[in-house]
Design a protein around this ligand. Structure first.
Ligand code: ARG
Length: 265
C-alpha cells in the first residue's frame, strides 16, 4: 500500500512539474504573441555567412535574402523570424517542418527538387574560383587537368562542393576540403591550406575585398538560379510566397534590394 502511495505521489509530482513547465512555456508564447499582435510567424532557415545575401551586422542578420524575405512577410502580414543554421541542415530542417522555408542564396538543382519544392527564382549566381594573386591556376581546367594536385576548399553541400567533387571523381576525397562556412574556406585559402576556393560569385567578391592577396578568376564555373525552398507538402505557403514574390519583382522591390547590396557598390 505504501509503495502504491509512493508511486501515486511520484506521478503527481512529475505531473505538476510538467504542468508548471507547460505554464512557463505558454506564458512565453503569450508574451510573444501579444508583442507580434498575433501575426503568424514565417520562419526562414539560412546560413548567415554568405554576404551579400545573408550576413551579420552586429547581431542582426541583413542582406538581400533577409530583406526580400522581410518584404514577402510584410506583404503576407506575417512576422519574419530568421534562424541561422549550418547550410547543410537547411533542406532537412525545411523537409521536416522545423522551418517554414529555406532562403540562403540556394541554388535550384534537380537533386534538391527531389527533397524540397522551390519558389520562382529571385536571383542568379555563378560559381567562381578564388585563388591567391600569384597562383598558377588560371581556370577550373587547371584544377581538373590530368596530374594536377591542387587542393580545393568549398562550403559543405553547396553546389560548389557538389560540382567540383563530381568533376574530380575519385580524387575528390583527397583534394576537396569541405568547410562549414565560406569564411572558413577562404581563411584556409589565405593560410595556404588549400589552393583555390569554389564559391558563389557575390560572396567571392565580398571575401576577396575583405582579405589581401586573393583574386577571382575571370572564367566562370557554373551559372545558377537562386530560389526559396519549402517542404513538399507545403504548397499553400509556397503559392502565397510566390504570389508575393511576383508582385515584389514586378514593382521593382527585389531589384531595388539587389541593387542596394550589389550593383550600386
Ligand atoms: N548557391 C550555393 C548552393 O545553393 C551556395 C549557397 C550557400 N549559402 C549560404 N547561405 N551559405 O549550394
Amino acid at each position: 500500500m505504501k509503495k502504491i502511495l509512493a508511486i501515486v505521489l511520484a506521478v503527481a509530482m512529475i505531473a505538476s512539474v510538467a504542468m508548471l513547465a507547460g505554464c512557463g512555456q505558454s506564458k512565453q508564447n503569450d508574451a510573444a504573441a501579444t508583442a507580434d499582435s498575433a501575426k503568424e510567424t514565417l520562419t526562414m532557415a539560412t546560413n548567415a555567412y554568405f554576404p551579400p545575401y545573408e550576413y551579420y551586422e552586429g547581431d542582426k542578420i541583413i542582406g538581400i535574402d533577409a530583406e526580400v524575405a522581410q518584404a514577402i512577410a510584410d506583404k503576407l502580414g506575417m512576422e519574419l523570424k530568421i534562424v541561422d543554421i549550418e547550410f547543410d541542415s537547411i533542406i532537412t530542417g525545411v523537409q521536416t517542418g522545423k522551418y517554414d522555408m529555406g532562403m540562403a542564396g540556394m541554388t535550384v538543382t534537380d537533386e534538391r527538387k527531389q527533397s524540397v519544392d522551390f519558389s520562382d527564382s529571385y536571383a542568379t549566381g555563378i560559381q567562381s574560383v578564388i585563388v591567391p594573386e600569384n597562383s598558377p591556376i588560371t581556370s577550373v581546367d587547371d584544377i581538373l587537368a590530368e596530374g594536377a594536385t591542387y587542393k580545393v576548399g568549398v562550403q559543405l553541400s553547396t553546389t560548389g562542393d557538389i560540382y567540383i567533387s563530381d568533376d574530380l571523381g575519385d580524387a575528390a576525397a583527397e583534394r576537396v576540403t569541405q568547410f562549414q562556412t565560406g569564411n572558413d574556406a577562404v581563411a584556409a585559402l589565405s593560410s595556404g591550406k588549400v589552393d583555390a576556393v569554389i564559391i558563389d560569385n557575390e560572396p567571392a567578391k565580398s571575401y576577396v575585398a575583405a582579405s589581401t592577396g586573393l583574386k577571382i578568376l575571370d572564367t566562370e564555373y557554373v551559372s545558377e538560379d537562386y530560389a526559396i525552398c519549402f517542404a513538399k507538402d507545403n504548397t499553400a505557403l509556397k503559392d502565397k510566397v510566390n504570389g508575393a514574390l511576383k508582385e515584389l519583382i514586378a514593382d521593382g522591390t527585389v531589384k531595388g534590394i539587389v541593387d542596394k547590396y550589389i550593383s550600386a557598390k
